[in-house]
Design a protein around this ligand. Sequence first.
Ligand SMILES: [Zn+2]
Length: 206
Amino acid sequence: MAQSLFEVVKQSVTTKAVAEHYGIEVKRGGMAKCPFHPDQSPSLKLNDDYYYCFGCGATGDAIDFVARLFQISNKDAAEKIAADFGLQYDSHIPYVLPKRTATAVQIQKQRERYTYDVLVRYHRQLQEWLVMCAPDSPESDIDPRYVEAIHQKDYVEYLMDTFLTGSLEERTSLCSERNPNIRRIAHRLAQLTNENKTLSMESISR
Ligand SMILES: [Zn+2]
């Protein structure tokens, strides 16, 4: 029996196979440098059904991967994969994505884990700064990290509250890859990690 484009692609290729096919070097354990953010070390994990980046939180299935890589629609990506891998399908069956596949549930779970991890890590950092970087006296210079902690802590707590007690819609929107607040915080965390790396490199070379 002939199958739809989506089914054929879904059953025939893994995210690892498409990544390799389009020039991504996949290391042991399915790890690769993420093509969706400036990645120094491999932080993209390619599972059979879905990929996930520990650095930028990008996630999806093989079709999403190709769509994002070439900046084309999911339908075009599925057609591209079918053509490039020589897959046969029934072109009369319309291209519709099944609503909640097991993969989609897994992807959503990964997004939630990532979002909460980003919030917790930033919150921990802010709390540390509130103590470590507090001015000794009213006359002393104010550490910018202390200012950041004062300004951001309540807001981050509000986002954590939304995550834990918000409605399904609020939580889904918070965990969406497009959420600007989570992106901004993740970006800030990456900046801090880089600063720390530079610092420890300096202390080694000294
Ligand atoms: Zn990434």
